[in-house]
Ligand binder design. Structure first.
Ligand SMILES: NC(=O)c1ccc[n+]([C@@H]2O[C@H](COP(=O)([O-])OP(=O)(O)OC[C@H]3O[C@@H](n4cnc5c(N)ncnc54)[C@H](O)[C@@H]3O)[C@@H](O)[C@H]2O)c1
Length: 436
């Protein structure tokens, strides 16, 4: 099958590389020339484990190519996957300008039937809008179908998630179009849910909103644990032994971030409001998440007092491990608040340093975690990279001015940290207890 993918970001590039890997001829298009030039040279513009190799191999054997001319991709491909950004607009609702622009290009460039498969996360009803735009710009000369196929991959394990998905969701009004998309995914042997366009679009938002809800829920439980002297890790362990309560996305910490949950929760609140419904729980989820970052900074100021003249080392800049994506990263927000309170910040991240430099120029960036901790009054661990889980506390104790660790992801055993001579502050943890 000849496939076009529009947008070579986290979703588009993974989609293109994986479909090529499954034996299809794929052309990936993006209006960002710099990205396309890099990809043509065999370099990937983003850090995603396993992606660069997949891109190189498939490009070498001629199954994967790149262009900055979206119209060219439309002309060469019967099936067009759309994976452009849908960032939040000023009122929180998804900004559909990139999706609309692609629909216009498809309409103008199509030279026969086209199947447009939307992977971008879009408000309910967008599939119909895309279809109207294609019909208008093409003059209705050629037939087309629009299918919704929301993407559930997670950055950091995107290739695995694409190749071994829990499910594939296909929303369509024409069953034959849905069948064509299902055939493309057949080699993955995944459960396929076929539904109408509106329900498919709703499934994506509902999934993300529910995962965000789990995180905010357990963060509130952690905040109560701190007041009553319970330990949220033990609470989670006890609760999730109940097979109705899945432990994924159920760990307390500084809250969620990234390019999806913050924008998708806001968008769903907006979708509900437009439909005349006040989505109260989801509004609370968003508020709790924002407050969780401030609470973390408040803990630091409580212990250190006035932050003027103090140095805080921050481990982790990306919004989660195994990615260099810093979009809506809790770390950036927390660092901003520390700087605003007068602290000097030294930061380290295994792969996101370059990305962060532009966003936060007033931070000292270190090339290794212990150099970042040198002379620091406190260490704040904000992203749960494996490298941080295996910290050498002896080395850390030598580097830091004051032995104080704020574990924003609850990755350490408080007893172990305390045994190494540190004061430990987690999220909802009972510090000062004996090792189990
Ligand atoms: N990142 C994730 O983990 C993830 C997971 C599931 C779903 N999604 C959804 O998928 C969509 C894409 O997300 P992403 O993280 O890959 O975004 P991204 O910002 O990484 O990539 C989007 C790409 O689209 C390109 N683009 C913009 N307008 C274009 C146009 N008119 N023609 C061609 N290319 C254009 C941009 O240059 C960019 O390279 C979003 O709707 C997002 O919500 C993302």
């Amino acid at each position: 099958m000849r496939i076009g993918v529009v947008g070579t970001g986290y979703v588009g590039l993974v989609t293109g590389a994986c479909f090529a890997d499954l034996g299809n001829r794929v052309i990936c298009a993006d209006i960002d020339r710099r990205k396309i030039e890099m990809l043509k040279r065999g370099e990937t513009p983003i850090f995603e484990p396993g992606l660069e190799e997949k891109v190189r191999i498939n490009a070498r054997v001629g199954r994967l190519s790149f262009t900055d001319d979206v119209g060219e991709a439309v002309k060469k491909s019967k099936v067009m996957f759309v994976a452009v950004g849908t960032p939040p607009g000023p009122d929180g609702e998804a900004d559909l300008s990139q999706v609309r622009a692609v629909a216009e290009t498809v309409g103008r460039a199509m030279n026969g039937y086209r199947l447009v498969v939307n992977k971008s996360t879009v408000p309910v009803g967008t599939g119909d809008i895309v279809s109207q735009i294609i019909a208008q710009t093409s003059g209705g000369t050629y037939p087309h179908d629009v299918v919704s196929n929301p993407e559930f991959l997670r950055e950091g394990s995107a290739i695995h998630d694409f190749m071994q998905p829990d499910r594939i969701v296909i929303g369509c009004s024409n069953p034959a179009a849905g069948e064509m998309v299902a055939e493309l995914y057949a080699p993955l042997n995944a459960p396929i849910i076929v539904t109408d366009l509106l329900s498919a679009e709703m499934i994506k938002y509902t999934s993300n909103a529910f995962l965000a809800l789990k995180i905010s829920f357990i963060n509130e439980v952690a905040n109560i644990c701190e007041r009553v002297g319970a330990d949220v890790r033990d609470v989670v362990e006890g609760v999730t032994k109940d097979n109705r309560i899945n432990p994924a996305f159920f760990g307390a910490g500084v809250g969620y971030g990234g390019s999806c949950f913050p924008k998708d929760t806001l968008a769903l609140v907006g979708i509900a409001a437009k439909a005349g419904y006040d989505f109260q729980i989801l509004k609370a989820v968003i508020d709790v998440n924002e407050a969780q970052r401030s609470r973390f900074v408040a803990k630091i100021t409580e212990r250190l007092g006035d932050l003027g003249g103090k140095t805080v080392a921050v481990w982790g800049l990306s919004f989660k491990p195994n990615t260099d994506d810093i979009r809506e990263s809790p770390s950036l927000d927390i660092i901003g608040k520390l700087l605003a309170a007068g602290a000097a910040v030294t930061a380290y991240d295994p792969v996101a340093l370059e990305a962060a430099r532009g966003a936060l120029p007033d931070v000292d960036y270190a090339s290794d975690p212990y150099a970042a901790a040198e002379g620091a009054d406190a260490l704040a661990v904000v992203t749960d990279w494996n490298e941080f889980k295996e910290a050498n506390f002896e080395e850390l104790a030598k580097a830091m001015r004051r032995r104080l660790i704020f574990d924003g992801r609850n990755i350490y055993d408080p007893a172990k940290v305390e045994a190494a001579g540190f004061e430990y502050v987690g999220v909802g943890r009972r510090a000062g207890r004996a090792a189990p």
